[in-house]
Design a protein around this ligand. Structure first.
Ligand SMILES: Cc1cc2nc3c(=O)[nH]c(=O)nc-3n(C[C@H](O)[C@H](O)[C@H](O)COP(=O)(O)O)c2cc1C
Length: 316
């Protein structure tokens, strides 16, 4: 299955593995790249030398294209400058207007993947001359907006012109990829599905939570906002979607009291997530948990997603 998304990113399968903020996804990204997709690495709240070690590790594992992600929460100029110097095939960006960052990436020969959560953000991405738009519906894990994937994707396709669109949010298998293509997208970005893989360096307990959860357990939790790093660039409205936990239930409906404890709890959270944990507080995951019933190797997920999205007549 080859689409214009593959041409623009230099990949074989029209599947982007999502970045995961501060969590280490080097082995996962390598497995996705090996299967023909685009692996991604997050950068949020991780010191630059750590990031550079991750990029070197990934380059030892694959010579295929991959993306390095940045967000506005917070945006780290030193990490961005280091990314330009490292020259990944693509930079992906989420939660805000990229402004002149796109031109800086293009000057370094790097493609720009812009994630958007509504059609106005997509129009802005087109004006910024991005190379790929990820239309992320509110079902998504991590930070997402408030429009469902089914409604958002065709709207974004209608304004994107020649720019390939990848659908994200709630996609976990070949049926999701087939639906994305039917909506006019040229591929998908999947996050939650790839968390439940042996290659992803998060705690087994978090993976188990994903496998056991129902779609309704993945909620946009306003309470947790006060614990997360601040936005430091103009940003788009979004909320983190996480699985319900005893911690969330304890603080539910008491954001002011949690804000009073933020100075004490936020550093604990950052320390935990940099070590691969944090799922007791922010087990980010999307509604597609309802479609995920086992931990599966990432390469199998890429191959099966493409196979199952291909009409039987073409496969035969
Ligand atoms: C644990 C987790 C962390 C995420 N961190 C980021 C991030 O740092 N940057 C980003 O652009 N997107 C991030 N996302 C969102 C993904 O890019 C993607 O839009 C989303 O996972 C797609 O929806 P799905 O989870 O339903 O597949 C994250 C998602 C998850 C589940």
């Amino acid at each position: 299955m080859h689409t214009t998304l593959c041409d623009v990113l230099g990949i074989e399968a029209p599947i982007i593995g999502a970045p995961f903020g501060p969590w280490d996804s080097v082995e996962l990204a390598a497995a996705i790249c090996a299967a023909g997709g685009l692996g991604s690495l997050g950068t949020a709240v991780r010191p630059v030398p750590d990031l550079q070690r991750q990029w070197a590790r990934l380059r030892e594992l694959t010579d295929r294209p991959f993306a390095i992600n940045h967000v506005t929460r917070p945006f780290d100029e030193s990490a961005f400058a280091a990314t330009l110097a490292a020259r990944p095939a693509a930079i992906s960006f989420h939660l805000g207007d990229p402004g002149d960052l796109v031109a800086r990436a293009h000057d370094a020969g790097i493609r720009w993947i812009q994630q958007v959560m509504d059609v106005e953000q997509a129009r802005q991405a087109v004006r910024r001359r991005v190379d790929v738009i990820v239309a992320q519906g509110g079902e998504a894990g991590g930070h997402s907006g408030f429009i469902g994937t089914m409604v958002l994707v065709p709207q974004v396709v209608d304004v994107a012109g020649d720019i390939p669109v990848a659908a994200a949010g709630g996609i976990a298998d070949g049926r999701g990829l087939a639906a994305a293509l039917a909506l006019g997208a040229q591929g998908v970005a999947m996050g939650t599905r790839f968390l439940a893989t042996p290659e992803m360096r998060i705690s087994p307990a978090w993976k188990r939570m994903i496998v056991e959860a129902d779609a309704g357990d993945a909620v946009q939790a306003e309470e947790l906002e006060v614990l997360l790093p601040p936005y430091n660039r103009p940003h788009y409205p979004a909320l983190g979607r996480v699985l319900r936990t005893p911690f969330l239930d304890e603080w539910s409906g008491r954001p002011a009291e949690l804000a009073d404890r933020a100075a004490e709890l936020a550093p604990v959270l950052v320390r935990e997530v940099l070590g691969g944990g944090g799922h007791e507080y922010v087990p980010f995951a999307g509604q597609s948990v309802g479609l995920i019933h086992e931990v599966r190797p990432a390469g199998d997920i890429v191959r099966e997603t493409v196979r199952d999205a291909t009409p039987r007549a073409v496969r035969a």
